[in-house]
Write a protein that binds this ligand. Sequence first.
Ligand code: ZN
Ligand code: ZN
Length: 214
Amino acid sequence: MAEQPLITTLVVGPLQVNCYLVACPASRDALVIDPGDEGERIAAAVRTAGWRVVGIVNTHGHFDHVGANQTLVDATGAVLLIHERDLPLLQKAQLHAQVYGLRAAPSPAPDRLLQDGDQVAFGTLSCEVIHLPGHSPGGIALHCGDHLFCGDVLFAGSIGRTDLPGGDHRTLVEGIRARLWPLPGETIVHPGHGPDTTIARERLSNPFVAGLVD
Ligand SMILES: [Zn+2]
Ligand SMILES: [Zn+2]
């Protein structure tokens, strides 16, 4: 069996985003996925674990997932990665937070723009980028071993909202069916909000995906 990553989850900010620390057990190199807020707390958790952050990845550009990018870049010196089609959202994150009466620090510019099929390496492990538009144009899931980090694409018993600018319900549902349902059923799904689930459970019972009429 392939080596599996070490995973720590921190729930951050007023919108309760799941920020994931994902580390290679052999090298202790790590990724930070969606540092949405509370950057100092995330950086402290990385230090306590004794991990070296080699990449900061945003599953998409919504402000609640990117608000602590600057703090994490400053604390770790790691490169920042996001799908190319969510660059406009990243650049406007501060503005979007204000619409909700919330605050997000401006993000630094990304160092690398991701595309479908890219690999994001950390130590001897790597995540494959799966482009899943529909919640946002450049939404991605990161697939690593038995784990899938899917941002606001798929939740336990639900899917991401599609009423925000650039959202599209049919595109989101079709992407989930075409790209996520073929994954092994035991794959553990780590969403951007709320509890973990599995591909098997969602494939069987997620009402928002099963309900689409072809
Ligand atoms: Zn979102
Ligand atoms: Zn979100």
